[in-house]
Ligand binder design. Structure first.
Ligand SMILES: [Ca+2]
Ligand SMILES: [Ca+2]
Ligand SMILES: [Ca+2]
Length: 219
């Protein structure tokens, strides 16, 4: 594979029923799958991926007042709920196909009711924004974004340039990601297949391990 940002689409994904997802979005969901696959074993599990992530994110808040009570448990419950929702065959893990297919309903819901979906994004992604915004000023800085990537075990050296590339297109100054811009980028990453939308780069800036993508691609 030449590029970690362009994973091939497994044949069985093309056979997924109904609700056609734009190819650009499938590629993004596959990249997101690799991003979330913290231990690089080609599947999402609570023990290998999300439990350590929740612990790392929660640990940043030690000595501070968290934006939600019982933050660690909230993160664990949220990841567990999400993974179970995607785990169609209930084997306790989510593979690439299950992950992509889980987005067909989400994508259809967005198309059917964009404003309702935006309210949902504002609550869910906005809540996660608050979990990353350590000083609570409504703006994510590079430390916040690097901590998120590092929680998933990814190198953080490319995050600043990637952030500034998106901020430039949005007409914003470099280095800081305001809440509204974050929500715009999230919406674009998940739902706008345009090759011009800056949000398509949201999970760029980290080099995902080639081995991780290759292992999952051949399963
Ligand atoms: Ca994994
Ligand atoms: Ca499964
Ligand atoms: Ca902040």
């Amino acid at each position: 594979m030449a590029s970690g940002s362009d994973p091939p689409e497994p044949a069985r994904l093309q056979q997924a029923p109904a609700a056609p997802l734009p190819a650009q979005l499938i590629q993004r969901y596959l990249r997101l799958f690799a991003f979330y696959d913290r231990d690089g074993d080609g599947r999402h599990t609570l023990s290998g991926d999300f439990e350590p992530v929740a612990a790392r994110i929660d640990a940043r808040w030690q000595g501070r007042s968290t934006p939600f009570p019982n933050l660690l448990q909230l993160l664990r419950d949220t990841y567990q709920h999400e993974n179970e929702r995607r785990d169609r065959d209930h084997d306790g893990q989510v593979d690439r196909e299950e992950f992509v297919v889980s987005h067909t309903r989400v994508f259809a819901a967005f198309r059917a009711d964009p404003n309702g979906a935006r309210r949902f994004i504002a609550r869910s992604a906005g809540g996660f924004f608050d979990v990353l915004d350590l000083d609570g000023d409504g703006v994510l800085d590079l430390d916040d974004l690097a901590a998120f990537a590092a929680a998933y075990g990814h190198p953080t050296g490319g995050i600043a340039a990637n952030l500034d590339r998106m901020l430039t297109v949005l007409g914003l100054p470099p280095g800081l990601l305001p809440r509204d811009a974050f929500l715009t980028l999230v919406e674009q990453y998940w739902f706008d297949p345009s090759q011009e939308a800056p949000g398509r780069h949201l999970f760029d800036g980290v080099s995902l391990a080639e081995g991780c993508l290759q292992r999952s691609a051949v399963e």
